[in-house]
Design a protein around this ligand. Structure first.
Ligand code: NAD
Length: 371
């Protein structure tokens, strides 16, 4: 029996409500599995932590996060904390987790459930069944490179500089992760960069090709210019499996890909760190893309699917529990197929449900599929 430790950080607003549904799924998996068990701990983060401790995350919670096999994060923030000191704002807790745990890779899947294909801005046949993953480098590149400044020139004009800076090590580790992830999916990687006009793009191309040759020759590999990738995502998104790219292009391409699939309430994500050389385990934080939705918080209206699907990603990427992850994803697809909808994805003729009804329906499908 293997034991996996999870730290649950529900946070603020709807994070608390959607995390409650994840806890029910964890309890279900614990009850039926005799090969793996989850041990969970919970703590405060964001505004909730500030209210109790005066900081957005405590040292004790950070220690738990460092020790856990994976963190499941809800959402933080809200108008209540708009005027707290900048260093204690709710988001600071999340940023500290990402930084201190060195979570350099951001995984943003874009999955289009057939039942929601008509909600996409693209035609149904282009997006129905879509399942792609944008892998964005998260801690380097244009957003962090120095110099980064605006200077006033002698003639009074201003000059702004951002620097796109990458080292071999930074590209190598994200490329490796891209190939590792592809092996758990459909075994195909596209590397998107601008090697035609950027020196950093030349390095991305060189290093990723070398990693492919020495480490992942079994994976299908393509190089694509980032602007063409943006176009191809709209033209024929299903040609992709994993797209690995830098921080700036990844920011844009992941939003483009995700929005093909509908509501914020449906979008999971993961941020991963380096693999431990001894155990092979990676630091990992899983979270929905959405925020704390103060407009609907506390009313039982939130869509829990993004948070549940984030836990599904933890099963797949932290715990190698592909079968259980398929069970979660399959149950979500089934519930949508049966016409159940929270307010954010409501369509004419469908049945409107709240957070816990949606959670119960997913759990019921999991039970039926696992029987
Ligand atoms: P938001 O994602 O919280 O909400 C945007 C809109 O989408 C709202 O109308 C909301 O009701 C709706 N929505 C979002 N998730 C939903 C769900 N699961 N089910 C149903 N409807 C959903 O973004 P916002 O309103 O810009 O931000 C609100 C707060 O959340 C702010 O304090 C912001 O800083 C914070 N925020 C936190 C995170 C995070 O924790 N990672 C991310 C984004 C925003």
């Amino acid at each position: 029996m293997s034991t996996h430790s999870l730290l649950l950080l529900p946070g603020d607003g709807i994070g608390v409500e959607t995390m409650a549904e994840v806890e029910r799924i964890i309890a279900f998996l614990n009850a039926r599995s005799n090969s793996a068990k989850f041990e969970t701990q919970s703590d405060l983060v964001g505004g909730a932590a500030f209210d109790k401790h005066g900081v957005s995350i405590t040292e004790d919670a950070m220690a738990k996060a460092t020790a856990a096999d994976a963190i499941i994060f809800g959402s933080v923030g809200g108008p209540k904390w708009d005027s707290v000191p900048y260093e204690h704002r709710p988001e600071a807790g999340l940023l500290r987790l990402r930084k201190d745990l060195d979570l350099f890779a951001n995984l943003r899947p874009a999955i289009c459930y057939p039942a929601l294909a008509d909600a996409s801005s693209l035609k149904r046949d282009l997006v129905e069944g879509l399942d792609i993953l944008i892998l964005r480098e998260l801690t380097g590149g244009t957003y962090f490179g120095e110099p980064k400044e605006i200077v006033t020139l002698e003639n009074g004009e201003k000059r702004a500089v951002d620097t796109t800076l990458y080292t071999t090590r930074e590209v190598d580790r994200i490329a490796r992760m891209g190939f590792d992830l592809a092996r758990k999916r459909r075994n195909k990687v596209h590397m998107a960069a601008k090697w035609n006009v950027m020196r950093s793009g030349v390095l991305w191309r060189e290093v990723t090709a070398a990693v492919h040759k020495s480490y992942a020759a079994d994976v299908e590999y393509h190089e694509i210019l980032a602007d063409n990738c943006a176009m191809q995502l709209i033209r024929n998104p299903k040609q992709f499996d994993v797209v690995v790219t830098d921080n700036l292009f990844g920011d844009i391409l992941s939003d483009e890909a995700a929005m093909m699939t509908g509501s914020l309430g449906m979008l999971p994500s993961a941020s991963l760190g380096a693999a431990d050389p001894k155990t092979g385990k990676r630091r990992a934080l899983y979270e929905p893309v959405h925020g704390s939705a103060p407009d609907i918080a506390g009313q039982g209206l939130a869509n829990p699917i993004a948070t549940i699907a984030s836990f599904g990603m933890a099963l797949r990427y932290s715990f190698d529990m592909g079968k259980e992850a398929d069970l979660v994803d399959g149950a979500i697809a089934k519930v949508l197929e049966k016409g159940l909808r929270t307010g954010d994805i409501m369509q004419p003729g469908m049945t409107k449900v709240g957070t816990s009804e949606m959670g119960s329906a997913i759990l019921k499908e999991m039970e039926a599929m696992a029987a």
